[in-house]
Design a protein around this ligand. Structure first.
Ligand code: BGC
Ligand code: MG
Length: 537
């Protein structure tokens, strides 16, 4: 159970900022912290109260900053530690907290810890921070999840191989192994000296940034730490590690939150994390939004998404996943995002802006902690076919660049993102002549931007639409309809065909709606229609 100090997260409305792509203040073509500071009024105008930054630490950017070379220094291209302190303070003046991204499981090959071990001719007497073996194990150990880590030949002088977590340039930190009979010496237990040093290092990094006013962390690959641990075994050793960190936080920083990149929501609770992400890569969430459109992303190709014009999807996989994730703790907080830096956007493939209202209504009223991905407040499009930038291409069918393009601010050069020459931009701006921009949508009261502001304002003013009340589904097909806190009805019809809902108890005019009309037997919902109503059971 969340302690009182962290209750604030139950009311969080997150905004994820990909620092490369948000706002470039110095004209080098890459976003930076002063750029974000200059746009804080826009962020505050949305009604969000937490910013989550993808990693913004010193890095060679082989994996866009998820390869950290120094956890305690802001990457020069983004600014300085003082800029981060200024950002945290100025966000705080607007009632906005800041979460950073903790890449707990691996570093860059350029981290000084790795350089030191690479330069040695054998194990560090104080305990290795990385996982080395002299000869390739006969049975190459594989994780249960895809993207399997593997051994990389050491470029020397240190002989042998090191274990990587993601790309070769992301060596796995040594948090020990689940011990199995006949283990070789390099499969160290989780309480060996190297793993203990790394645990302490995690606490030191966390404390360093919390001391600078940060409110907590999203934890990258949080369940990857102790190796060869199986989800079916409950991830006991990794859970124990995070629990130890939580206990330390409870004493030292009781307000600070840790949110794991949710690879397995049911393990987040026992590890004393404060919430879990529902990620598109998992069927439970992907079944609603992820798509089968050519040129977008490879997940769940066989499944028709529910939030789609064709209207062939089902909510069942999602509903079962949601119930399972909360089976042991019905109050469990689950973060669901409009999109993120690894997947597509709501607006991808043939989807049009008029389709977004139903999806956004759902994401801000279902009872999850919502996370708005930068640019989704104006319905920015996923752009297929972009070049491989900083490891965006994981495999030929999976290019993350399309959701990482520059924020579209106005009608100026580079959509107001940067004064740099277009060829120098981190990624190209959406070239479409009718690309959405903040400035154009400010001037249009019927825009996605205005709708998102109204939706977030309604949610924040209406506790029944938040995380602390019940959710009762009254129709799981089109139109999807549910009652929140027994006092509000939400109906969304993501398909292009109209749909009818037989329901009694709708009270008065809609609080926010489009394309919904009341009649004696219930509600008629136009294609892509959505509405939020007062309700009496
Ligand atoms: C992050 C990715 C990153 C990977 C390796 C993921 O979970 O979200 O962007 O490439 O971890 O650090
Ligand atoms: Mg810049």
């Amino acid at each position: 159970m969340a302690v009182m100090g962290r209750e604030w997260f139950a009311d969080a409305v997150l905004y994820e900022i990909y620092p490369q792509s948000f706002a470039d203040s110095d004209g080098d073509g890459v976003g930076d912290l002063q750029g974000v500071i200059a746009r804080l009024d826009h962020i505050a105008s949305l009604g969000v109260n937490v910013i989550w930054f993808n990693p913004c630490f010193a890095s060679p950017f082989v994996d866009a900053g998820y390869d950290v070379a120094d956890y305690l220094t802001i990457a020069p291209r983004y600014g300085t530690n003082e800029d981060m302190a200024e950002l945290v303070a100025k966000a705080g003046e607007r009632g906005i907290r800041v979460l950073l991204d903790l890449v707990a499981g691996h570093t860059s090959i350029e981290h000084e810890w790795f350089r030191r071990e690479l330069a040695a001719d054998g194990p560090d007497p104080a305990g290795d921070r990385y996982i080395w073996c002299e000869q390739l194990p006969e049975q190459v150990w594989q994780r249960e999840t895809p993207g399997t880590p593997a051994w990389v030949p050491s470029p020397g002088p240190r002989p042998g191989f090191y274990l990587k977590n993601f790309y070769d340039q992301q060596p796995a930190l040594n948090f020990g192994w689940v011990r199995r009979p006949g283990d070789p010496a390099w499969r160290q237990p989780a309480d060996a000296p190297g793993p203990l040093r790394n645990r302490q290092a995690l606490k030191d990094i966390i404390a360093f940034w919390l001391d600078r006013g940060v409110a907590g962390f999203r934890v990258d690959m949080a369940f990857s730490l102790v190796k060869d641990e199986r989800v079916s075994e409950g991830l006991a050793a990794t859970v124990a590690l995070w629990r130890e960190i939580r206990e330390w936080l409870d004493d030292a920083y009781p307000d600070a939150v840790l949110i794991p990149e949710g690879s397995e929501p049911r393990t987040g609770g026992p590890a004393a994390f404060d919430a879990d992400f529902f990620l598109v890569i998992h069927d439970e969430h992907g079944s609603l939004f992820d798509n089968h459109f050519p040129g977008v992303l490879p997940f769940h190709e066989a499944r028709e998404p529910f939030f789609d014009a064709a209207g062939k999807g089902s909510t069942r996989v999602f509903l079962d996943g949601w119930d399972a994730a909360r089976a042991t703790d019905p109050a469990r907080l689950i973060v669901m995002s409009t999109a993120d830096h690894d997947y597509d956007r709501l607006c991808c493939g043939p989807r049009t802006a008029e389709q977004l209202g139903a999806a956004l209504t759902f994401l801000f009223t279902w009872g999850n902690v919502p996370c708005l991905y930068y640019g989704d407040e104006i319905g920015m499009r996923f752009l297929p076919g972009l070049p491989n930038v900083e490891g965006s291409v994981c495999d030929p069918s999976y290019n993350r660049a399309g959701c990482r393009t520059p924020m579209q601010w106005d009608a100026g050069p580079n959509a107001g993102f940067s004064t740099a020459d277009a060829a120098r931009l981190y990624l190209p701006v959406d070239p479409s002549p009718d690309r959405p921009t903040v400035a154009a949508q400010e001037a249009d009261p019927s825009s996605t931007l205005h709708f998102v502001r109204e939706l977030i304002a309604l949610r924040r003013a209406t506790p029944a639409l938040g995380t602390r009340t019940s959710t009762r589904v009254i129709n799981e097909d089109y139109p999807f309809a549910y009652v929140r806190g027994e006092s509000h009805l939400v109906v969304v019809n993501p398909r292009s065909e109209p749909a009818d809902l037989a329901v009694a108890g709708v009270v008065g005019a809609p609080l926010l709606s489009s394309g919904v009309t009341a009649h004696a037997g219930g509600l008629s919902v136009a294609g892509f229609g959505h509405g939020i109503f007062n309700f009496e059971p």
